[in-house]
Design a protein around this ligand. Structure first.
Ligand code: NDP
Length: 282
């Protein structure tokens, strides 16, 4: 039976360090959050960011823009925040209204204030292992792996999902630790090869958003399973992996909810303090 790999206790330890570092700074770090339009998911996420920021002694400014905000208005708004020296980090809440192209917008955030690491310059730095501000969800997964004590060197790691915010940057971080990384995606599934790849994973990380995509019986005996997926099924939140069957085979498994989730916002706050440190250093 697998051990539960819970995010909360790890997040608490990291928060302690973030709080300590924030206190040692000359000015309280400020995160500017832009929310364009109304969305229940985004509103809930903002609330949890606000709560954690205040708890850690950080400032959180919410800027609400209308549903009809144009790209050029949003870009001008970002430029204003870029120029404001009191702001240390900028986050754009998703989803954005349909008329706004997220990829285009991400290029306008000053890389030093890009606490989600979505600017192409920051994504590029991941390749060289040079950045201190890692994208939040991949950073959360790396912290969970660290907690298991596993040595990633030479391990067979399978990442399912190749999005820009999770799968792709995570694969680079794992490569940096000399893991042997296989990235699966829709093409893998369509070719009927997902099961074959998953079965060989010593470490399996799934970030797709499809409940039950990964069958418990596919999980290799003794594997570490990290389920990033969030799905609502019959009023319950579940991941992408069949939990009950998988936990019988795995050595460690993240619960959903309670695994990756509690760590993600903590990573955002860690990045904010990192950004503030870099900006305040002479
Ligand atoms: P995206 O929708 O951007 O990416 C999903 C990925 O899964 C894509 O690469 C897609 O490939 C791939 N995919 C889709 N269907 C299949 C399939 N049948 N087999 C294999 N791969 C498939 O989602 P995100 O990366 O943003 O998020 C993934 C999940 O993680 C979601 O459930 C999200 O809610 C959750 N999440 C959780 C976080 C947390 O803090 N716990 C944070 C961020 C995300 P293609 O693009 O080629 O179709």
């Amino acid at each position: 039976m697998a051990r539960l790999l819970e995010g909360k206790p790890i997040a608490e330890k990291i928060k302690e360090e973030v709080r300590r570092q924030a206190q040692s700074l000359k000015n309280k770090p400020i995160l500017a959050s832009i929310q364009a339009g109304e969305n229940a998911g985004a509103a809930a996420y903002v609330k949890s960011q606000q709560k954690i920021a205040f708890d850690l002694g950080l400032d959180y400014q919410l800027h609400k823009l209308g549903q009809d905000t144009t790209e050029s208005v949003l870009i001008e708004f970002i430029k204003k925040l870029n120029a404001d020296k009191s702001i240390n980090g900028i986050i754009i809440q998703m989803p954005l209204p349909g008329q706004i192209d997220y990829k285009k917008i991400s290029q306008f955030i000053l890389p030093e204030k890009d606490v989600e690491a979505i600017h192409p310059a920051n994504i590029g730095k991941i390749i060289f292992g040079e950045t201190k501000m890692l994208p939040c969800t991949p950073a959360a997964v790396m912290e969970l792996l660290k907690e298991t004590g596993v040595d990633l060197y030479g391990k067979e790691v399978v990442v399912v999902g190749h999005s820009e915010i999770v799968g792709k940057p995570l694969a680079l971080l794992l490569l940096d630790k000399f893991a042997t990384v296989t990235v699966c995606h829709i093409g893998t599934s369509k070719a009927g090869k997902l099961e074959e790849h998953v079965k060989k994973a010593e470490i399996l990380i799934v970030a797709v958003g499809k409940a039950g995509l990964i069958k418990g019986e596919w999980v290799k005996e003794g594997a570490i399973v990290i389920d990033v997926g969030i799905n609502r099924v019959e009023g319950k939140i579940v991941g992408d992996v069949e939990f009950e069957a998988a936990e019988k085979r795995a050595s460690w498994i993240t619960p959903v909810p309670g695994g990756v989730g509690p760590l993600t916002v903590t990573m955002l706050m860690r990045n904010l303090v990192e950004a503030a440190k870099l900006q305040q250093e002479p």
